[in-house]
Design a protein around this ligand. Sequence first.
Ligand code: FES
Length: 336
Amino acid sequence: MPFTVTIQPSGHHFEIDEHETVLEAGLRAGMNLNYSCSGGSCGDCKGRIIKGELASIEHHDFQLSEADKSAGGVLLCRAKPASDLVIEAFEYSRPEDIPVQEIETKVTKIERVAEHIMLLQLRTPRSSTLHFLAGQHVTLLADGIRPRNKSVASCPCNAMHLQFHIRDNPDDEFSQYIFEALKTSSKLNIRGPWGSFILDEESERPIIMIAYDIGFGPIKSLIEHAVALERDQGMHLYWITSEEDGHYMDNYCRSWADAFDEFIYTSLGRNQHVEPEDLEADFLRRMRIIREDHSDLSGYDFYVTAPGAAIESAKALLVEWGAAAEHIRVDSLERF
Ligand code: FES
């Protein structure tokens, strides 16, 4: 029978099986807990038991002080429950809570998922996973090449494996480096995280996500995080692309729609040629389906990625249609 863990001071709670550590169960449930090594070495996951019993505490190299021990201090990555628990633990909730980190990662996968899109997977060392919030971005640093900011396209619940979606751009040397030179097992440094395009975890309003091309990356991170949090207020994902094969994770999106009653997925590909200078106007034109699908936009939260300068126009359009400006979050990261 699962137990319940309640975190103080936030009051967040989640279920835990007796064979899981508090950290494992908390990350699976989408909690933004502080941790690094998951193995009892760093001390970053230190919390305090306020109420409840532990079944076991696995061996750890990090030494808790006597004061910590007598106050109920425990490493969450080593502790398994024997009852419901109330714990005191630090959770990231704002971008400014998170220190800037620079981490050397290893490339574990480079996969071309569409003609012009590469999926890049990086692995951090176990001892220094990336602390970040879903939807944020980091700087990718390669020797001799101008650094580029890229959104993390995966969930903080698995911060050792980071996914990025990269577009082929012949005019951008970083893109060419990813497409032409980078190999599996290569090293790539990351610095960050940056940005405030994050989930409003306190909101119970239904959500409309609008992704444009590889702007799907941070939207995917947000959705995976919302799924981990078991948000059930309803979500409609619109993925608008500039190319026929632009929905490079279409099946993955459909699996969300199949798995969750309250999840709707609408893919909007391009079936006619649009000149590059008309892409922004074309995006705004295709956004009109949102108004047709939802007669009243006033009660929704919006998360929007859009082409270039269209981001402010997209926001203005949503407000014109009745959305509350304070409930619209836009990702203004420039995508190359
Ligand atoms: S995460 Fe490092 S000791 Fe728990």
